[in-house]
Each structure stands twice: as structure tokens, then as C-alpha cells.
Write a protein that binds this ligand. Structure first.
Ligand code: FAD
Ligand code: ZN
Length: 468
């Protein structure tokens, strides 16, 4: 049976694009190196019709399919399990930009396009594709949509869902749904596009998408501010939104310990402000000029200083300084990895609830796990915290994770629920949070999700064991 399946896959995409030997760890090991699987074969289709043929072949043989883009996902959903029976479908070869419609502000691209390439293609037309995240040099449009990725611009432009107008999908039955539409309004029944966005490869294979573009701003500039409390950061956010309106395109928060790790592991990166309990990174996009944007920041930060909301601030005076500020923020996850094993949380909360959530949850964690270090940072502008827990500085980090991770997660997820939040803001469920989802999502919601899964993937071959 395996021989016939492999033969069918080779017939579908060509023998050169069915990999079964050699070092396949780039496909089989996830980015965090927490999930290592083994694929029956890595299949690299070059077109939608080839994807459809692969899916039909797998369906005929009852073989499960794991879709993969850039393999940068953080919840263990993009690699095969250890059984050696799953087909890993990597879409990297499908990386064409099919069309750009500048007047309609849309671009139609294949699922394997790397996010940064899409940003650059939009910029070449004087347009902006605003989705932006630290993995943008490797992650793909298909992966962004399958996980409904967020990133740093969500407070202004929304997440991947809000930046997608249409999809082309190969269904679990191997049919092609031609849903590529550049329409901003289309009320013709159930929204199938929104069903596939965020489905993490469990309902079908996204092969192309029509993306929503925006005008390119004339100037993008940043500032940083020091604050004593998280409540001050929420107050600064309100003030910045009132003053800058839609010009505010980024609002990131970093707790003292997060930036201290960057100081320790990336000492070469200059930090424009002295250590503070909280630091905020603001980004402004301006349709007039860089000087105009800087004036806006100066006025805003002066008011914030006068009101005692911030204690210090620095406005970037060049593109290089703006980039350096972003580099500090984006180095936090890397500094955390360099420091050692840690427990990651990607949580969403009502912004108004964040100060109380952090105060009570920090205290509860310190009491239950003395010495555990909280590395708290994230996209405060949209209510998303990366509320991570690093093992105590002294001691065995692997043992801490083994012994304490379930209890740490339970404590944090209970607190999230008590404050009206979500246990996954932007990374998805994958394998990592499947059990937590089953335990915490309402039975009615889970029942509807299972019904959808059964209707669209009756054989259960699309990324089984993930999400549900
Ligand atoms: P993969 O990792 O290959 O796959 C992710 C999931 O999507 C898997 O379940 C997979 O089966 C499915 N999938 C992939 N392609 C398809 C397809 N064509 N059709 C159907 N299903 C598919 N995420 C954020 O939201 N915000 C951030 O700020 C952010 N920062 C990150 C920073 C770093 C350094 C890293 C490593 C990751 C970060 N992420 C962030 C995680 C984020 O989910 C991914 O970077 C990205 O969206 C995944 O794209 P990918 O192409 O790598 O997908
Ligand atoms: Zn994030």
C-alpha cells in the first residue's frame, strides 16, 4: 500500500518532489524544537492541480496530510507525528504572485509566498501589506492564514483574517474551491473563507489568497517610553489613540525582565532608555512627513510626562533608530531562548483587564513557583500578551518544565478565563494546546467545531490530532 501511495504521489508532483530519504529535519522538526516527527514522505507540489491530485491520492489510501509553509508555527501544528505514516505537504514551491490590482488595493498570491516577499511586492506598487511579525522572512501566506497570524500591526490593520478577501482551497476531498475574490462585500451565505482562516490545516489546503492592501504611509517612525506601572501603559495607549488616531500603528509593551534578558544576551544592542519597570514601544505611520510624525510624538509624550503617565521617553530621529527600537522588541524571544527553556503563553485579554490580570497572576505564580521568572511582553495595543514563564535562574530548567509546566499552565489559563480572556491570541492551538482547548472551550462551541470538521473532512485526514 505504501508503495502504491508513493507511486501515486510521484505521479502527482514528479519523483524529484517526493522526498523520503536523507536529512528531512527541516520539515520534521518544529521551530521551537519541541516536536519532532517522521513523515512517510515530504511532498512539494508546484501548482493547485498538483495539490488536488496529492490530496485525492492520499484520500484513496487513507493517508493523513500535514500542510506546511515556513514551519515557523509555535504550537507544534506544522510537523508530522512520529508514526511515519503522515504525508508532509510543503507548499514552498507555490510562491508566485499571480496578480496585483492597485485600484482595488488587492494582490493575489500563492500560499507558499514568503510574507516578506509579499510586503516587498506590495511596496513595489507603492502599497502596503501590513501583516508584520518577526518570522516574516520565513513564514508564508498559507501559514499566516491557516493560523490567523497577528503580529505588531493588529491594532490598526487587524490580523491575517482582516487582511484577506478571498481564498483558493483544495478541499479534503481533493476538489478545488475557487474562492479568490477581491470583494469587500459579499453576503452570499456562510463565510467559507473565514472557516478556513485559522483552521490550522485541519479542514483543507489553502493554495492561494487575495490579500487586502493599504496605501503606503509617507513616514513610519517610533518612540519609546518608560513607565512605572502597567496601568500607566494602558493610560498611554488611550492617550496615543486619542491624539494619533489611525496613525498609531504599533503599541508594544515590555516588562523589565524581558529587556534585561536582551541586555544580557544582545549586549551590542543599544537601549535608548535606562531600565524601567515597563517600557513601551510606539509606532506611528504618517501620511505627511517624518518631521510631522516626530512632532506628533513629541507633543503626545510631553502631555504624558506632564500627567505623570510616563517618566522618560525617546523619539527615534532616524529610520536606523526606529529599526533599532524594533530590534530590541523582536530580540526578546531570541534572548529568552538563549537564556534557556521556558513556558510560553500567548493570551488575549480585554485591554482594561490587563493590569489586574498581571498583578494577581504574577503574585500567584511567585507564590506557587518561587524563583520562576516572568518574561512578560507583547502587543498591548490589541490586548495580546506573551506572558512567558522562565525557569528559576538557579536550578534545572528541564526539570522545572517537566514538573511544573502543567500546573503553571493551569494557573495562568484559570486566571485568563476569570478575566474574560483567551488562551490563544495569535499562535493557534496545534498540538500544544489541544487538551487545554478541549477542557476550556464551551461544549456547545466544541460540538459545532466537530460538526464542521466532520462535514468538511469526513475521513479525518487533514492534520489529525491538531486543534480538535
Ligand atoms: P507553518 O508553521 O508551516 O504552519 C502553521 C500551521 O498552519 C500548521 O498547522 C500548518 O499545518 C498550517 N498550514 C501551513 N500552510 C498551510 C496551507 N497552505 N494550508 C493549510 N494549512 C496550512 N505569530 C503571530 O501571529 N504573531 C507574531 O508576532 C509571531 N511572531 C513569531 C516570531 C517568530 C520568531 C516565530 C518563529 C514565529 C512567530 N509567530 C508569530 C508564529 C506564526 O504562527 C508563524 O510565524 C506564521 O504565521 C506561520 O507561518 P508558516 O508559513 O511558518 O506556517
Ligand atoms: Zn506576538
Amino acid at each position: 500500500m505504501t508503495v502504491a501511495l508513493l507511486g501515486g504521489l510521484r505521479a502527482a508532483v514528479g519523483a524529484a518532489h517526493v522526498l523520503t530519504e536523507g536529512d528531512l529535519s527541516a520539515y520534521e522538526l518544529d521551530w521551537r524544537q519541541r516536536y519532532r516527527g517522521r513523515a512517510l514522505a515530504v511532498v512539494r507540489p508546484g501548482s493547485t492541480l498538483e495539490v488536488a491530485q496529492v490530496v485525492r491520492t492520499c484520500a484513496a489510501h487513507g493517508a493523513a496530510i500535514v500542510a506546511q509553509g515556513g514551519n515557523t508555527g509555535l504550537v507544534g501544528g506544522s510537523v508530522p507525528d512520529a508514526s511515519g505514516t503522515q504525508v508532509l505537504l510543503n507548499l514552498a514551491r507555490m510562491n508566485r504572485i499571480r496578480a496585483t490590482d492597485a485600484a482595488n488595493l488587492t494582490m493575489t498570491v500563492e500560499a507558499g509566498c514568503v510574507l516578506q516577499a509579499v510586503q516587498e511586492a506590495a511596496a513595489a506598487h507603492g502599497l502596503l501589506y501590513p501583516l508584520s511579525l518577526a518570522a516574516e522572512g520565513s513564514c508564508t501566506v498559507g501559514g499566516n492564514l491557516a493560523t490567523n497570524a497577528g503580529g505588531t500591526q493588529v491594532l490598526r490593520f487587524g490580523n491575517a483574517r482582516e487582511l484577506c478577501l478571498g481564498l483558493e482551497v483544495v478541499t479534503a476531498l481533493g476538489e478545488v474551491w475557487h474562492g479568490l475574490s477581491g470583494l469587500r462585500k459579499d453576503n452570499t451565505g456562510y463565510d467559507l473563507r473565514d472557516l478556513f482562516i485559522g483552521s490550522e490545516g485541519t479542514l483543507g489546503i489553502i493554495t492561494a489568497a487575495t490579500l487586502k492592501l493599504h496605501p503606503q504611509p509617507v513616514a513610519v517612525t517610533t518612540a519609546m517610553a518608560s513607565l512605572a506601572t502597567l496601568a500607566d501603559a494602558v493610560a498611554l495607549l488611550q492617550l496615543a489613540q486619542a491624539r494619533l488616531g489611525a496613525g498609531l500603528t504599533g503599541f508594544e509593551v515590555m516588562q523589565r525582565h524581558a529587556l534585561a534578558l536582551v541586555r544580557k544576551h544582545f549586549a551590542q544592542l543599544a537601549q535608548p532608555l535606562p531600565e524601567a519597570e515597563w517600557t513601551v514601544l510606539l509606532e506611528q505611520s504618517d501620511s505627511e512627513s517624518e518631521a510631522h510624525a516626530r512632532d506628533g510624538f513629541e507633543a503626545l509624550l510631553e502631555t504624558a510626562l506632564e500627567r505623570g503617565v510616563i517618566s522618560d521617553a525617546a523619539v527615534a530621529s532616524s529610520q536606523a533608530q526606529s529599526a533599532a527600537m524594533w530590534q530590541l522588541r523582536e530580540s526578546i524571544p531570541l534572548a529568552q531562548s538563549a537564556e534557556g527553556l521556558n513556558i510560553k503563553h500567548d493570551i488575549a485579554l480585554p485591554i482594561s483587564a490587563i493590569p489586574a490580570f498581571v498583578a494577581s497572576t504574577d503574585a500567584a505564580l511567585q507564590q506557587a513557583f518561587p524563583g520562576a521568572r516572568l518574561v512578560n511582553f507583547g502587543h498591548l495595543g490589541d490586548g495580546n500578551l506573551h506572558y512567558n514563564v522562565q525557569a528559576p535562574a538557579a536550578g534545572d530548567a528541564a526539570a522545572f518544565l517537566r514538573d511544573c509546566e502543567p500546573a503553571v499552565n493551569a494557573l495562568v489559563f484559570d486566571a485568563v478565563a476569570a478575566h474574560g480572556g483567551s488562551i490563544s491570541a495569535e499562535h493557534g492551538i496545534g498540538a500544544l494546546k489541544r487538551e487545554a482547548l478541549a477542557a476550556r472551550k464551551s461544549p456547545v462551541a466544541l460540538q459545532m467545531m466537530r460538526a464542521i470538521k466532520l462535514a468538511l473532512d469526513p475521513q479525518g485526514l487533514m492534520n489529525p490530532g491538531r486543534v480538535l
